[in-house]
Design a protein around this ligand. Structure first.
Ligand SMILES: Cc1ncc(COP(=O)(O)O)c(C=O)c1O
Length: 392
């Protein structure tokens, strides 16, 4: 039911000798039965290197869109030359699926666009965003890109977000606060903020301060103290919930996400939205929500591999921050920059640095094969120079 990616390695290996000829003479390549790809054959070598990597660095869903989404997107190609076209009723469908009115919904080209739209809407005239560090940095880098400030609070020793400190910072800066940013569960730590803590936050900051709750990874949470925050929007609070089709639905490169917020906030934000969601994304998103079997497969497989990998690492004496996401943070007890390089040399791409957690390596949950390549590489690396200072 889920599309399995087919490796091109065998094919490319056989074709590699012909590449020089292909670059000069496409027709000759076709005559030999070598299919040309958009962008030109000169990209083949790089593409092949990318395909061969275990890609566990960007918290992607390695299985891609569900079969139903692929079918819907293939169908929607017939509208790809249009400006006005049937859009699969995407706004109504997403609103219905989440139990809100369509005027409480804004669709964007990924939740990344939504986060920037929130910044553009609420960070004008010297306003600040309040949030923790490390968290999803795009919010803060966008803020500085539009000359707004961020008030960045440290995480606790257990890597949780200190909600009392967030309340205090918001109240202290009240006049200047554009919005509060809460990534739940947080990227890169994988930790949740409980429903009770969110309630506490909302009850203890002024009602007119918008709170942006980024739930990109909520599908992977098991923590019973966690709750989705759409109910606060329905209750009329100035809460914006950001969601994405990039993670559980495997559509990161297709680009679609959305905000759920009170109608007047949606109207304010809509002014800044680009309206650049493409036809395939719309059709694919609607079909994805209907494909519950694909959803179950991705969630169950990801959680199983997450549990197994974290347990295997514990067996080797390495702790992870307990994850509630499709990634985890591994405490390597030594700076991870050289370790990342060592992984890369073994064909495994792992996460970047997340200061100040420079001893932690962010690892996304890939396929079974990718996780076993990760473990093999890790065991190898722990025996070599890269981590020699870290033991004992
Ligand atoms: C916490 C968080 N929010 C938002 C995004 C943006 O996702 P997208 O723009 O693909 O919807 C990401 C991507 O990794 C993320 O980790």
């Amino acid at each position: 039911m889920i599309k399995q990616h087919v490796s091109r390695r065998g094919f490319v290996g056989g074709a590699a000798a012909a590449l020089g000829t292909v670059a000069l003479n496409p027709q000759a390549a076709l005559a030999r039965g070598i299919p040309l790809r958009p962008g030109g054959p000169r990209f083949w070598a790089e593409d092949d290197a990318y395909d061969a990597l275990a890609k566990i660095s960007f918290n992607e869903n390695p299985y891609g869109p569900s079969e139903k989404a692929l079918e819907a997107m293939t169908y929607a190609f017939k509208y790809s030359m249009r400006y006005g076209y049937p859009d699969a009723g995407v706004t109504q469908a997403v609103a219905d699926f989440h139990g809100v009115h369509r005027n409480q919904l804004l669709i964007g080209a990924g939740s990344g666009e939504i986060l920037e739209v929130v910044g553009l809407t609420y960070l004008g005239q010297g306003k600040k965003v309040i949030g923790v560090e490390p968290s999803y940095g795009q919010v803060y880098s966008h803020a500085s890109g539009i000359d707004a400030d961020s008030v960045l609070l440290p995480l606790e020793a257990d890597h949780s977000q200190n909600i009392q400190r967030m309340v205090d910072a918001t109240n202290r800066n009240y006049r200047d606060v554009g919005f509060v940013y809460l990534c739940n569960p947080n990227n890169p730590t994988g930790r949740t903020v409980s429903a009770a803590e969110i309630q506490y936050l909302l009850e203890n900051i002024p009602e007119d301060v918008p709170v942006l709750i980024d739930e990109a990874y909520h599908h992977f949470v098991r923590d019973p103290a966690y709750e989705e925050s759409i109910k606060h929007v329905i209750d009329g609070r100035k809460v914006i919930v950001a969601r994405t089709f990039s993670k559980i639905y495997g559509m990161a490169a297709i680009r679609i996400g959305f905000a759920i917020a009170p109608p007047e906030m949606i109207q304010e934000m809509a002014t800044y939205s680009t309206g650049s969601v493409n036809v395939l994304a719309k059709w694919g998103a609607v079909a994805s929500m209907e494909d519950t079997a694909a959803y179950d497969f991705v969630r169950n497989t990801t959680l199983r591999l997450r549990d197994q990998t974290v347990a295997d690492l514990a067996g080797l004496g390495y702790e992870c921050i307990p994850p509630e996401t499709n990634f985890f943070m591994l405490d390597c007890r030594t700076p991870v920059a050289p370790i990342r390089q060592a992984f890369r040399e073994r064909g495994v791409a792992v996460g970047r640095d997340f200061p100040p957690l420079l001893n932690h390596l962010r690892v996304s949950i890939g396929t079974e094969d990718e996780m076993s390549r990760f473990m093999t590489a890790f065991e190898d690396i722990t025996k070599t120079r890269a981590m020699s200072g870290s033991r004992g």
